[in-house]
Design a protein around this ligand. Sequence first.
Ligand SMILES: C[S@@+](CC[C@H](N)C(=O)[O-])C[C@H]1O[C@@H](n2cnc3c(N)ncnc32)[C@H](O)[C@@H]1O
Length: 410
Amino acid sequence: MNQLQLFLPCAAGVEDFLAQEVHGLTGLAGDDLMASRGGVFVRGSWRDAMKLNLYSRLAQRVLIELAHAPYRSENDLYAIASGVAWEIWFTPQQTFKIETTAQHSPLTSLNFATLRIKDAIADRFRAKAHGVRPSIETQRPDVRVFAHLTTDSCTLYIDTSGEPLFKRGWRQDTGDAPLKETLAAAMLAASGWWNPETGAVSAAPLYDPCCGSGTIAIEAAQIGLGIPAGALRRFGFEKLLPFQPHVWESIQNEAADQPATVSPPIFGSDVSHRMVDFAERNAERAGVAEAIQFRGGDALQRMPPEGAPQGGVIVLNPPYGERIEVGGVARIGAREQAATEDGGEFFSQLASHWKKNYAGWTAWMLTPDLQLPKRMRLKESRRVPMWNGPIECRLFRFDMVAGSARAPRP
Ligand SMILES: C[S@@+](CC[C@H](N)C(=O)[O-])C[C@H]1O[C@@H](n2cnc3c(N)ncnc32)[C@H](O)[C@@H]1O
């Protein structure tokens, strides 16, 4: 299992940060590590695959490539899947699920393509295991197979993660628009607060003034305290045949033996006290309650946290598509309030509040609203493209230098 071809999918825009993270975690480089659109190819060992599952904050999954071949029809897919030695990965007593994605595939039905791959796997097991074949289970399968089809090539992967890696195991209380943990980590990487290659964090205090269920703050605190992203969860590889519990235990022990680190001060606040409650409970589960101060309050009124007199870094995904009333009462999901869908005056007031009270701070805001700097009457000093699922976003950086934040030219 030394030279596995791994693929780690990630949100578009995050590939280079993920490649840095993989390099830092495994030491792999050169031909063994290649960023591509939507993910990173890694040539590594089974141990690397387990380590990446445990530590990576940016990967959505760790997949092992088992076949890559040209195809033109569903019958070709059947032949490609029949040629894979599935029996070295799982047993016919286990359940499995196939997920197919496609980019410009000429096939008319992805369902039928998936069915042919499923038939090939079942038939191969039937032939090898005296008539016994694994069954399909779509909700909680033991094993997940991924098929990716392009115009002319089919790639088959077996998954080692199980539930996607953004599910860290601590976020049980959420609001309406929680940010994926992987994207929160990507924002921290893009802001420079966290260096995904070395694992180092900046000494600057971090503040999310619209913290919702606390994802950004909790992710930051876990990084600051050196808690592995997957410390609280199980992984798909535990159900695969090559799994050796003692090797996994040694990886977990290594993680537990890391010297404790101290996190810089981290703060979160939200206008909704219910959200603050959720954030506190999530932080408790994530083992970082001591490292974060959560408060209630309107972002338009909150002054810089007392523990950050010299400034710091603001990181947030602000409300979007919500009605924000005077006094900061947000009615989440009130889509019928079309007149205020753009946040109305909220963003220009936020910018004025920051210019007046947050001199010396740098703010990073993730939004699908490309007009946000104009709405804030601020000129961004950086814009990083990032995708939140299918939604194209920008992470804007604003530097709060008192009196000098420039308005964009009309
Ligand atoms: C897009 S959500 C943030 C989600 C958060 N990152 C998470 O992962 O849960 C925006 C948050 O802004 C909060 N909000 C809306 N108006 C606000 C205001 N004026 N001041 C502070 N927070 C506000 C909402 O309550 C909501 O929790």
